[in-house]
Design a protein around this ligand. Structure first.
Ligand code: ADP
Ligand code: MG
Length: 260
């Protein structure tokens, strides 16, 4: 299926899909003495879904945050759609519009309705009219299955519904890339699948996604590649089938034996 955000039908999707969208090149970061990102190199192509897994503390969240410039890096470069990550100012606002982020803890605005949560950034940042922003928001809420909750406050929704609103909110900016950091880890088990289903749908529609998750079912179904991180390094990079069925490193074998 063609990427939802790449118009016109005549464009050569197969070529566009192959283009590098995110290039992480020799990235290093320390927190004091801790080498949290140690020579990270990877390329995420347009339309690809990359799952990042690894033990707690291995640097997965820091890598996501660096790609969204929520964290600075010490050296190396991160390029998104041909542009080096900006240091500050207007470039940073544009980056935040281009790169959606979904966190473990939903992070919805508690004092705004579901609908307002989704329309806020398009109105403020993209200068969309309220009418257009609301129409688009309702479409997105429909797509993630919570349109009937639009008038409610976030606290009135279940965790799974809130996380689906958070996904709709990030889609409302037409991002080039969505980063998700353990989007189902805070959910009760019975709500995990409703969020994973939405994520699989996005993947099938060609959204470029970097997803930190230990949900192996999602990785097998939706991921083009798995990055396994340990101690700030990418230790393995493989297809889900290769990685789960034939992990190469002792670190990965050990990790998988604990979670599978
Ligand atoms: P993961 O997401 O893989 O669990 P993180 O990227 O959150 O790992 O963290 C990697 C390491 O960096 C951990 O040891 C963590 O304690 C440390 N760390 C994360 N953020 C900070 C920070 N702001 N200051 C100091 N240390 C941090
Ligand atoms: Mg983390």
């Amino acid at each position: 299926m063609p990427p939802a955000d790449t118009a016109p039908a005549t464009s050569n999707i197969s070529v566009r899909r192959g283009e590098p969208l995110v290039i992480v090149d020799h990235v290093d970061k320390h927190f004091g003495d801790l080498h949290v990102l140690n020579d990270i190199n990877t390329v995420v192509n347009r339309g690809e879904v990359v799952v990042v897994i690894g033990p707690s503390g291995s640097g997965k969240s820091t890598l996501c945050r660096a790609i969204n410039r929520l964290e600075t890096i010490d050296s190396g470069t991160i390029t998104i759609d041909g542009e080096k990550l900006p240091e500050e100012g207007a470039g940073l606002a544009k980056l935040r519009a281009d790169v959606g982020m979904v966190f473990q803890s939903f992070n919805l605005f508690a004092h705004k309705t579901v609908l307002e949560n989704v329309t806020l950034a398009p109105i403020r940042v993209k200068r969309m009219s309220r009418k257009d922003a609301e129409a688009k928001a309702m479409e997105l809420l429909e797509r993630v299955g919570v349109a009937n909750q639009a008038k409610k406050m976030p606290a009135q929704l279940s965790g799974g519904q809130q996380q689906r609103v958070a996904i709709a909110r990030s889609l409302a900016m037409n991002p080039k890339l969505i980063l998700m950091d353990e989007p189902t880890s805070a959910l009760d088990p019975e709500m995990i699948n409703e969020v994973l289903d939405v994520m699989v749908g996005l993947a099938e529609q060609g959204m470029t996604m970097i997803v930190v998750t230990h949900e192996m079912g999602f990785a097998r179904k939706a991921a083009d590649r798995v990055l396994f991180m340990a101690d700030g390094r990418i230790v393995e990079e493989a297809t889900p089938a290769q990685f789960f069925d034939h992990p190469e490193s002792d670190r990965a074998k050990d990790f998988l034996s604990k979670i599978l």
